[in-house]
Structure formats: structure tokens, C-alpha cells
Design a binder for this molecule. Sequence first.
Ligand SMILES: [Zn+2]
Length: 309
Amino acid sequence: MNCILCNSDKVKVLEDIEPSILKKIYEQKKIKVGHFFKSEKLNLCECQSCNLLYFAPPAVGDGVFYGELQQKIQGYYLKEKEDFVLAAKHIKQGESVLEIGCGEGNFTNYLKTDNYVGLEFNEDAIAIAQKKGLNVINQSIEDFAKQNPEKYDVACYFQVLEHVPEPNQFITESLKCLKKGGKLIFAVPSEDTFLRYGVNLFLNAPPHHITRWRDTVFTEMQKSFPIKLKGIFHENLHEIHHVFYLQCTIYHKLRSLLGIPFKNFVRNNNKSYTLFKVSFILSQIFSPIYFLFNKDAIGQSVIVVYEKV
Ligand SMILES: [Zn+2]
């Protein structure tokens, strides 16, 4: 299968993942995901052309799944405050803004413009946004783009793209809504951070995330879309992620020292997983001291800004 972002046929399988490992992790959280995995195989693929990492075949969560995550995973909806602050810096007063997957429309709190429309599928979120007087509608980007070609100064999406099974189509449709010279701004979890060292990070895999984004992908994307890269901005590490950051970092060092090969997903009885748990205990002990000297550690989110050409 060709790359889902750049359509290249130079795709390498990095890891064979047993979907049963993911199913079991979710079962422990009392969330059923088995029906999303149509195949007994799940591959983590790396595109050799654009550098995107993605899971194939795609297994995509539905509304019920996201509702359960919200209920059962503490802190699932972290307010994307820093994403919003960084993105808003690139939007001028009075510019027209289209946000895709806008949730309750919290980004508008950071905007210096009222010229805003948000697209959202979650009816509860739409109701809350509309109560605040926001222009938020239940429409797909494909339908919206047909009716609103080259209309907006800014198209943006925050923590949305990594959930999308067809990112090429999604980006193409969002670009159709932009005027020439308009800005495309999006935020995704960065694969160039501590996240890439984690073990069994079920939220960073299907049916939640379908893709993983390195900074090199953002440069390569200029070859596949009519866009010019203006900037890549990494957020600072949130304090609530200190222990998790250090756990992944310590684990990475210990694993390298012991010569244990890296795998994203392993069974609970695997020595790699035991080492990851030991790293958690160590990180709890050392995190207060470590972050006294590492105040500028990089957080998990990255914001990318392009201009449409
Ligand atoms: Zn590619």
C-alpha cells in the first residue's frame, strides 16, 4: 500500500504489532476496541519518501469510543492552551479563520478576530459552542470546501490530523478553503520528543492515533501540497508530563545500555515492559531534581505554520 500522505510506494514496515496487545490494554480500562481491528495484523509503517509513520491497515475509533475515552481516561481532554497561544500569534486582527474539529471552540478565546467558523461532529460540543455564540456547524471538510473555495485567511486544526485515516485528502480539502497566501496552521503530537521512547502508549496508536509526525515530514510536505513552510514550533513540557517524560527518557537510556531492542508494543511479561515500569519508579524519585536543571525540556505537541502558494 502506498503512503497515505505523499502516495510514495517506498514504504517500510518498522514493526509488526499484535492487535491483541492493544485490545488487552483497552480491556483493562474497560473500553472495547476489538471491533475496530478488522485484520489480525497491524503494521507500523515508515514512508521512506516523506518520513511519515502510520499504522496499516487503518483501525479508526468512532464517537462511542471517544465518549468512553473522555469518561474513563483521566485528563483525556487536556486544554490545548499552548497550541492555541502559539497559533494565535500567526493570526492577525480581522482575519477570517476556519477551524476543523474545533470541539467547544476554545481556540476563539485566543483570537483577535470574530470572523470564525468551526467544523465539528460532536453534537454536545457544538451545542456548548453555539451557546457561547460561536459559529460552529456539523459538516465535513469535504462538503464545506465545495461551498467555500478560497474564502479563508487561515485554516487550522489542533490535535486532529493524527486521528485522520486519509491525511492527504484532509489537508487537500482544508487547503481548498484557503485564499492564495493564506495560512495553514496545525498542531500534532511530535514524534521527535520523549513520546517515541514510550512502551505500550496505547493512545499513540489505533484506534486513537493513525499517524505519527516527525519534523522532517513537515519539510517534505512541501513537495506534495501547494504550501511553503513558515515555521515549526515545539511547545514547552507541561509540569503534569514531567514524570512521564523522565520515564521515557530513563527507559531509553537503560534499554540502550542493556542492548534490548526497541518495540512500541509488547506483552506485559516482556522484560522490556518490566524495564519501562522500573523506569517509572526511578522517574518519580528523580523528577524533582531533574527538572531543576532541565527547565526547557520539549513537550509533546508541535505547531506547524505554512503559507498557501
Ligand atoms: Zn509519504
